[in-house]
Structure formats: C-alpha cells, structure tokens
Write a new protein. Structure first.
Length: 262
C-alpha cells in the first residue's frame, strides 16, 4: 500500500524528495510553535494556500484528506475561548468558563495556528511514498539503515492490520458472535489481532534477517535518492513562509513568544 496515488504524482511537488518536504514543513512549523499570535499564523496560512494547488490534488481529495484538521482546529479554538487566559472585557463568566477579549483573541490565534501547521504537513505527505522517504532518510540524512528499514516495514504493515481487522470482524459475524457485547467483542478482536501481529512480525524479522537486512557493513540501495535544485527550492519556500510570518508579526507588534517571561 502506498500513500501516493496517480493524481498526486502529477503535481509539481509530488516528485520532490520526501526529505525536502519534511524539512520544508518543519521550517514552517518552528516559528508558529514558539509564538501564539494571529498575525504570524494568518500570514503563513495565506501563503500556504497559494502553494497547495501545486501539490496536484483535486479539491475532493484535498477535503477527504484534511477533514480531521478542519474538525480539530475549531474544537481547539472553542476550548481556548472557554477556558483560556482572560483579558479585557469579560462577556460570559460561569464556574470555570470565562469568555473575554483575551480568550477570544487566543482562540483565533490557536485556530489559525493549527491550520497553518497541520495543512501543509498533511498536503505534503499525501504525496510521499514510504519507500522514497526511507531511501532519503538513509542515503541523505544518513540515519541508521536498520532503524529506517524497520520503520518502513512497520509502516507497510498498517494496511495489513486494517485488512486483518476487517477479516476478523467478518469472520466473527459469520459465526454469530458479533451481535452483542461491543466491549467484549472489541477486546477479543484486539487480542486476536495482537497475536496475529506478533506472529507476522516474527516471520517478517526472520525473512529480513535472511536477506541480510541486519548484516554489518555498508549496504547498497536499489534506488538512488537524489537531492537537487527542486528540493532546495522547496526548502527555500518553506523558509520564506516562516520568515514572512515572523516579520509580519514583529511589524504588527503581535509577536508573543510563548517561552518568554510572563
């Protein structure tokens, strides 16, 4: 199973090395993590919206992939609005709930911040093939091959786990043991899946060791992971977005370094 489909491959970003995508998303997220203001998050989000179409995703695909973000961001903002730090005029006050100008401003900043950090990460990694990512991490970042290949094997197993869960559910339903007791059924299926996963993991580890995946010394790779001008351009775009957000917040006077003195 791959994270990359045919439509995503047509985008300008799709064929860029996954290491560059990881670096670009990290550069965008770093300044937004250290500040909580609406200006920097809004500037970053607007600039990202201009780049999302280059990922090669249709709008239907985009909404299907990012709907958890659009649900999580407003829920986070509501929580901040109800229980965030009060400041200015207080509109509602009841028990622990206190809605004020300060909490509403923090809620708006949080909403934009979550969207600005999560959306580019989701969109970029929709176009990432796990094998390409593993090649890049091992050949370019120079991470240990055993760690990278183990993580790749585990990621490849996610699709099989989902199929196994569905097969177990259908098998139990065919035997008439899935009609009652949802909690008991879930516990039984989870234990059965755990046993099946351990057996499959043992077989996979033996097969990988037999093929020399755990052997010492320098290993060869079937595909060469390249890092060139397109990758550096994407990283530069990520750095530009981060820098624009920081400068805009500093000029507007809204920069709020969350690790600074209170």
């Amino acid at each position: 199973m791959t994270l990359l489909d045919g439509r995503a491959r047509t985008g300008a970003v799709a064929r860029i090395n996954p290491v560059a995508k990881l670096a670009a998303s990290g550069l965008v997220a770093i300044p937004l993590v250290f500040t909580l203001d609406w200006v920097s998050a809004a500037v970053a989000l607007v600039l990202e919206c201009f780049l999302i179409p280059f990922a090669g995703l249709r709008w239907g695909e985009f909404w299907r992939r990012t709907w958890p973000v659009w649900i999580a961001a407003p829920l986070t903002a509501v929580t901040i609005a109800l229980y965030g730090e009060a400041g200015g005029r207080v509109y509602v006050e009841w028990l622990l709930i206190r809605i004020s100008d300060g909490s509403l401003e923090l809620a708006a900043a949080t909403l934009l911040r979550v969207l600005a950090v999560a959306l580019p990460s989701v969109v970029l990694f929709i176009t990432v093939d796990p094998t390409d990512l593993a090649d890049g991490l091992a050949q370019i970042v120079r991470l240990p091959a055993r760690f990278v290949l183990g993580a790749l094997a585990g990621l490849r197993m996610i699709g099989l786990f989902i199929d196994d869960w569905r097969s177990l559910e259908l098998a139990r339903r065919a035997r008439g043991v899935a009609d009652r007791g949802r909690l008991r059924r879930f516990a039984g299926m989870a234990f059965a899946l755990l046993v099946l996963s351990i057996r499959r993991g043992s077989k996979l580890a033996t097969a990988m060791e037999a093929r020399g995946f755990g052997a010492p010394g320098r290993r060869t790779w079937a595909r060469t992971s390249t890092f060139g001008g397109r990758e550096w351009a994407l990283i530069a775009i990520g750095a530009g977005i981060a820098g624009s957000a920081v400068v805009a917040a500093a000029v507007a006077g809204t920069w709020n370094f969350i690790l600074g003195p209170s």
